[in-house]
Design a protein around this ligand. Structure first.
Ligand code: SIN
Length: 280
């Protein structure tokens, strides 16, 4: 019997992220897929270098983890292009870069995606990194009284808030998702608690006054963005594919490379369940 080679995993930080070596994502066997699944749950963000994948291969790898997600810009706003591919492109004419604020991808949906796989095809000579933060640790590093307060709360996630940040307004008759989710969520696979609010999509905490909600969210967003020990930073090259667990991480794409171009394609994996409250 042939024993499949072990893949090798190098953590990026103790908190989050790992580089996976010895894997050609175009040639996966069952044993390697199993090791990737384990590493994904352990490190939340996996970085694969030197991948050469066409679109169909990219989608097929995404489908190993679930159905493919269609972004609401394609579903409800009529944006053109392959519905299963989300294109990321920033050049010298861009006004905003995609994902330039801390966020979980489309947390405004009833079932925000399980995860995303972004493959960069063009990278600037330097810069253009993506920061990721671990939402399990974001929750665990809060004080007990604040944890007790948060565990009872729900928050509204409004897609329009994010859309407007990009200067986009739906046309008359077009809708964009908005949903409420628990502020502290149980991870669908590991059961671990995690903080589920983000600067891009979360408009307010329900049942609080506007001033209370703003103050609490500001404290939580500062905790996430201002705690480097929760984070890692992924450096990209053409052919780098990064697979993140959208259920328990947030990310921010740094735009520090103008006038250079950064381009890639993202395949996103749909979740099978909506975020459930921890403790429910
Ligand atoms: C995104 O928010 O999905 C984009 C991340 C990136 O471009 O690094």
């Amino acid at each position: 019997m042939t024993v499949p080679p072990e893949i090798s995993i190098t953590p990026l930080t103790p908190a989050i992220g790992a580089e996976v070596h010895g894997v050609d994502l175009g040639e996966l066997d069952d044993a390697t897929i199993r090791q990737i699944r384990e590493a994904f749950l352990a490190h939340h963000v996996l970085v694969f270098r030197d991948q050469s994948l066409d679109r169909d291969q990219h989608k097929a790898i995404g489908r190993l983890f679930g159905d493919l997600h269609i972004h609401p810009s394609k579903r409800t706003l009529g944006a053109k292009g392959d519905p299963e591919i989300f294109t990321v492109k920033t050049d010298e004419n861009s006004v905003h870069n995609n994902g330039g604020r801390w966020h979980m991808d489309v947390s405004c949906e009833e079932m925000p995606p399980l995860g995303s796989m972004l493959l960069l095809t063009e990278a600037p000579p330097f810069g253009g990194d993506t920061l990721f933060a671990n939402m399990h640790l974001a929750y665990e590093t809060l004080s007990d009284p604040i944890k007790e307060l948060l565990i009872k709360l729900t928050a509204r996630h409004d897609g329009l808030q994010d859309l407007r940040w990009y200067g986009v307004e739906p046309k008359p008759g077009q809708t964009y998702p908005a949903h409420s989710h628990p502020v502290v969520v149980r991870h669908a696979e590991t059961g671990r608690p995690l903080l589920f609010v983000n600067e891009a999509f979360t408009s307010h905490i329900e049942g609080l006054s506007g001033a209370e909600s703003d103050a609490l969210l500001k404290m939580l967003f500062t905790h996430i963005s201002g705690s480097p020990s929760l984070q890692c930073r992924v450096r990209w090259e053409p052919g780098t594919l990064t697979f993140w667990d959208n259920r328990c991480t947030q990310h921010l794409a740094v735009w520090d490379y103008a006038p250079h171009i950064r381009r890639g394609e993202r395949v996103t994996i749909a979740a099978a369940t909506a975020p459930a409250a921890f403790g429910s």
